[in-house]
Design a protein around this ligand. Structure first.
Ligand code: SUG
Length: 446
């Protein structure tokens, strides 16, 4: 059956700000406390979505989760009216207020892991929301993410939305950012590639670490079991310690795959040769050969890969079969990276065209083009079963851009989160959004 990959991008929420909440994510740490522009952030994201839609690439949108997360603040002992909770948290624990207000659900590559129906034994599309247990502000996303996915992918004949696996550090799961599916065509059986930072119950890593890993092998294996994937078509690999310590907090900061292509940096994996051999073997057994594009350190250093986010690009196919690569503007501003991109698009090169986008607001929190999207492969009946208005077209783009322009601030500092008016502004905006996207009641639950 023919199927299409739909990129569901996260719509940046109105409380987007730079709070430095994500240790190990060098951009987040560097930009802590600087002024953010939520309006610009959301419009930058929408521009990317529109540009891909205009190229005939199916584009979906996932709304932001409700913020502030007052459940979190109340669970941490702040009480009284909503305004009182905000005021007290802002005074006593400003980082907790930032966590409760974080717009981090915009990075939908971390929302869930998704497996197309062709690969799951029960022939349904499976979703497992990521527990994101490594970071407080992200660990509170999954209950609402599960509710959102269940509302959009509600038809039980086609979809299964699991609960996140238990949220403890040893089962840390960061979703699709550490998972890639390879296949000859979207509607054909694929090979699943899970990359983890450590193995909780069999750690052999004795070297001192600069940054803690976020994804555990036990979590990856649990997701593969929940999704009823064929073990012969599932490959696991470990990130290199050097990569994590250089700021590769998710594998999608150092590797990207699409259909039969894997683009990766030589420092991405522990035991690179074995990983590539095993993955290529699994693809051969599935009936297609994997095209590996290896970037050596002398072409782009690990540090420059993290700084430019070259690997956080999207590899896409336009309807005429041309291979496109969506990169953040930072790649074109960097001489070595720009030179490397020229080699990819030179005649006979693997990429037909590079599209560059200004996503600087998201990038300043460590989120590039690939972080902002969750890939969902759907066939026509599955896509038709979705009744919410989440497929982007010109009209929806226009409505959302107008909604953002009317409701979002153009400057937000962490200390502005104390402003009780912000809470009302955001509530009003999200109430309207629920109507725009035909997601009745999504923001009514507290
Ligand atoms: O989890 N940044 C996110 C960025 C996620 C990027 N996603 C992928 N690589 N797929 C994170 O580190 C920063 C928030 C702050 O600092 O305010 C943050 O959460």
């Amino acid at each position: 059956m023919s199927a299409q990959e739909i990129n569901f991008d996260g719509l940046v929420g109105p409380s987007h700000h730079h709070a430095g909440l994500a240790t190990g994510n060098v951009a987040s740490m560097r930009n802590r406390g600087s002024a953010a522009n939520p309006r610009k952030a959301a419009l930058q994201g929408l521009e990317k979505m529109l540009a891909l839609h205009r190229r005939g690439i199916p584009q979906g949108v996932l709304p932001p989760l409700a913020r502030p997360n007052l459940r979190l603040l109340r669970a941490l002992g702040f009480h009284g009216s909503d305004a009182a909770v905000i005021a007290k948290a802002g005074k006593l624990e400003p980082q907790l207020l930032s966590a409760a207000y974080s717009a981090s659900s915009m990075w939908t590559a971390n929302a869930a892991t998704v497996s197309p129906a062709t690969d799951c034994a029960d022939a349904k599309v499976h979703f497992t929301p990521a527990n994101l247990s490594a970071k407080l502000h992200r660990s509170v996303e999954h209950p609402d993410t599960a509710r959102l996915l269940r509302q959009i992918f509600s038809d039980a004949t086609h979809f299964v939305v699991h609960d996140a696996i238990p949220g403890v550090a040893a089962l840390g799961d960061e979703g699709a950012a550490n998972h890639t599916r390879f296949a000859r065509r979207h509607g054909e059986a694929g090979v699943h590639f899970f990359v983890y930072g450590d193995e909780a119950f069999a750690s052999k890593q004795s070297a001192a670490r600069r940054f803690a890993p976020r994804q555990y092998a036990e979590a990856s294996r649990a997701v593969a079991r929940l999704h009823q994937l064929d073990p012969a078509r599932t490959v696991y690999a470990r990130q290199s310690l050097a990569a994590i310590d250089a700021g590769v907090f998710h594998n999608d900061v150092i590797a990207v795959g699409h259909l039969d292509t894997l683009l990766y940096h030589q420092a991405a994996f522990d035991d690179e040769a074995k990983v590539i051999r095993t993955l290529s073997g699994a693809c051969d057994a599935a009936g297609f050969s994997l095209n590996c594009i290896r970037v050596a350190d002398d072409q782009l250093s690990l540090q420059d890969a993290v700084a430019t986010y070259l690997f956080n690009s999207q590899l896409l196919c336009s309807p005429d079969g041309r291979k496109l690569m969506v990169v953040p503007a930072e790649c074109q501003d960097h001489a070595a990276c720009r030179r490397y991109l020229e080699t990819l698009t030179a005649s006979g090169g693997p990429i037909a065209e590079v599209l560059s986008f200004d996503l600087r607001e998201s990038m300043r929190n460590g989120g590039g083009p690939a972080c902002l999207r969750l890939r969902v492969v759907l066939d026509a009946p599955q896509a038709a079963a979705i009744t919410s208005r989440v497929f982007l077209d010109e009209a929806l783009y226009g409505t959302l851009a107008d909604w953002v322009t009317r409701h979002y601030r153009d400057r937000l500092l962490p200390e502005d989160l104390r402003d009780p008016q912000l809470l009302d502004e955001i509530r009003g905006a999200l109430h309207e959004l629920e109507g725009i996207l035909a997601l009745p009641g999504f923001y009514s639950v507290d």
